[in-house]
Write a protein that binds this ligand. Structure first.
Ligand code: SF4
Length: 114
């Protein structure tokens, strides 16, 4: 099993050295505990294979980082608020009965909620 130094070194070397090293800098700030914002940004960049433009298109609303992902424009604000409203109904307001709580549900992203 590789040691943590080797794991981190290899991961960093696999981050595309684009935009004057900005992807690597953001990831570095995250893993050195300098910035939680950088941690979110780096995770989204990694998730979208270091294609920043793709983050804006992300529709995985079940992801805990979705509301915090970078590159959100004004166009996404209304959608974001709508998702928050739905999430509050589900997460804050208790189900009225156990029978009304779906055991499985396939969201539009294909994730199965249990
Ligand atoms: S918000 Fe989207 S891009 Fe960011 S980590 Fe979650 S699924 Fe990936």
């Amino acid at each position: 099993m590789p040691d943590n130094y080797e794991v981190l070194r290899r991961f960093r070397n696999n981050i595309p050295d684009l935009h004057n090293g900005s992807y690597r800098r953001v990831w570095g700030k995250a893993v050195t505990k300098k910035s939680m914002r950088s941690a979110v940004n780096a995770k989204c960049q990694d998730c979208m294979c270091w294609q920043s433009a793709e983050i804006k298109q992300c529709d995985i609303v079940t992801c805990p980082l979705w509301q915090y992902r970078p590159n959100q424009g004004k166009d996404e604000k209304a959608q974001s608020e709508a998702v928050v409203g739905i999430a509050r109904q589900i997460c804050v307001e208790p189900a009225t009965s156990f029978a009304e709580t779906p055991s499985t549900d396939v969201s539009r992203t294909g994730n199965v909620l249990i």
